[in-house]
Design a binder for this molecule. Structure first.
Ligand SMILES: *[C@@H]1O[C@H](CO)[C@@H](O)[C@H](O)[C@H]1NC(C)=O
Ligand SMILES: *[C@@H]1O[C@H](CO)[C@@H](O)[C@H](O)[C@H]1NC(C)=O
Length: 526
């Protein structure tokens, strides 16, 4: 008996030792206010916890994706900032706004977000993280690179996590080539190869992004110097060159555009999609199972509360949906005041979107075209009708339509007829389901799943204490060097000098011999 206990103790001890060598202390700094960004970042954290790591997450909103073993520290925005963010979003949903006012609102809310993400760093609830010895930091990226100072103070390598395909800032941190002649920037829909107008659009857009980048860079550098005034801190420029890896929420060989990616960029598109769906809540499961003619799923996302959309628009949507032979699951916040009762509509204020899309009876997804929702529908092969409102949603919707996965309308200008037509088309024409089904099979066909990629590459960075071996040398070159502009100038200079020199020599030779010949000729004649 004593022997048995002894053996057990040794076993337990051994297990303890093994577990502690495997589990690294990882800090997830996910301060983006956007719920859709947070879902991606939290899915990364969840994959790492499931792989046995000790993950601490700091966020500003309570995340929807969670795991019981994640140590969560929520430091909310100030109420006033929260109010500004909310009102900017709502205004954009209520009225169709001009490009200028949309830009203004976006810049205002970005400014609030940047400030809030900076203030977080001096909050006592955040400061406590410096008491733990971490091995690695993952930074959810959203114009918050001043937070790289945290990783430097913790003396840990840093991975940045970005929620979609690489944008110019991610390219610049990793030295990834932008290849503007054939890689359309986010929001540019293009056929290939791009014609002269598209390429011009792409270059102009890129210059515009560069300009915005310079403006934000000024602000972000100032914040960095304010938050980390210590003498021994390197400059923010230096820290940006010290990012070990970037996780990006895309899978370009199935989604496009095709472009080269440097080894320090790892694609984890679809990380938020469960490998296997969870069982649905009972009422939803029953509702879907009895939907013999199929079900339509409507969700306008988390940024906009359904009740902030104009009542006339909601009524049009209700009229069309209540007239369908299919059943409808409608995400609606205020269950006391629904748009109307109909035997084919089930309202819910919370829905497991991913699991509903995985159900075989779900035939159509009506979405605000957030990146997350589109990804889930693509993963499960469900065609869509997109009703985008603002920001990247229009671009996502246009791309979705162009790919043949459904039809895109504009939420603020739909009519009963346009919506009815769109639904009819997507529900009745099999080409949409076929196209998205093909995509779905390409999207899932990978050597490592998104979760496995996150775990493998994070542990790679941990094992090697950073990954300078992966870094593109381009990170350390300036624009002139990177594009060999100095070499071209040199070659041009040599060419010009050569031409000038040749002319000079020719002139001298001509004067000396050509001239003499003339003179002697005239002499002979005399
Ligand atoms: C896990 O992380 C927390 C910080 O959130 C820390 O207090 C704790 O000691 C860590 N556990 C281990 C086993 O290192
Ligand atoms: C819908 O039905 C519920 C109860 O089933 C009722 O409380 C509500 O008033 C009805 N709404 C409308 C618009 O008829």
């Amino acid at each position: 008996m004593i022997k048995m206990i002894g053996v057990r103790c040794v076993l337990l001890l051994l297990l303890g030792v093994v577990a502690s060598t495997q589990g690294a202390n990882i800090l997830g700094l996910f301060s983006s206010h956007s719920p859709s960004h947070l879902i991606i970042h939290m899915s990364v954290a969840k994959a790492l916890v499931e792989a046995g790591h000790n993950v601490t997450v700091v966020s500003m909103v309570k995340p929807k994706v969670m795991h019981k073993d994640i140590h969560l520290i929520v430091v909310p925005m100030k109420e006033e900032q929260e109010r500004i963010m909310e009102s900017q979003m709502t205004e954009m949903a209520v009225q169709k706004s001009s490009l200028v006012s949309t830009m203004h609102r976006l810049l205002t809310s970005m400014d609030v977000m940047i400030n809030a993400q900076a203030e977080l760093l001096s909050d006592p609830r955040f400061q406590r993280i410096y008491e733990t010895k971490f091995d690695l930091m993952i930074m959810g990226y959203f114009i918050n690179d001043f937070q790289l100072g945290v990783a430097h103070k913790l003396k840990v390598p840093v991975i940045i996590d970005w929620m979609s395909a690489p944008v110019p800032s991610i390219d610049s941190y990793t030295g990834n080539p932008a290849e503007l002649s054939y890689v359309p920037l986010m929001g540019t829909v293009a056929t290939h190869p791009m014609g002269i107008l598209k390429r011009a659009e792409n270059v102009v857009k890129s210059l515009f992004f560069d300009f915005i980048f310079v403006v934000f860079d000024y602000k972000i550098t100032r914040i960095y110097n304010d938050v980390f005034p210590e003498q021994e801190m390197p400059s923010l420029k230096e820290l940006r060159k010290n990012i070990s890896m970037a996780f990006v929420g895309c899978h370009l060989i199935s989604e496009g555009p095709i472009r080269p990616l440097v080894p320090a960029i790892i694609e984890i598109g679809g990380i938020q999609v469960k490998d296997k769906p969870d069982p649905l809540p009972k009422d939803i499961d029953q509702f879907l199972s009895k939907s013999q003619k199929g079900a339509v799923f409507l969700s306008l996302g988390s940024n906009i509360k359904s009740s902030t959309v104009k009542p006339e628009i909601v009524q049009s949507i209700f009229k069309v949906l209540s007239g369908l032979k299919e059943n409808v699951i409608w995400k609606w916040e205020d269950l006391e005041n629904t748009p109307g009762n109909s035997s084919n509509i089930l309202y819910k204020n919370w829905l497991p979107q991913d699991d509903i899309l995985a159900h075989p009876n779900t035939k159509l997804f009506i979405t605000h075209a957030g990146k997350g929702g589109i990804t889930e529908a693509q993963y499960h092969g469900v065609p869509m009708v997109a009703l985008p409102i603002f920001g990247d949603q229009h671009g996502n919707a246009a791309l979705m339509e162009k790919s043949g996965y459904g039809v895109a309308l504009d939420l603020l200008s739909i009519t009963e007829d346009s919506l009815k037509d769109a639904l009819k088309k997507v529900l009745e024409d099999p080409k949409y389901r076929r196209a998205i089904g093909q995509f779905s099979s390409l999207y899932r066909d990978r050597p490592l799943t998104a979760k496995q990629s996150v775990v493998f590459w994070t542990e790679y960075i941990l094992r090697h204490h950073g990954a300078p071996n992966l870094q593109s040398p381009a990170v350390h070159m300036n624009f002139i060097q990177l594009n060999n502009l100095d070499i071209y100038v040199l070659i041009l200079t040599i060419l010009v000098l050569f031409v000038l020199l040749t002319r000079l020599v020719a002139k001298i030779v001509w004067n000396k011999f050509g001239g003499k010949a003339k003179i002697s000729n005239t002499k002979k004649l005399q």
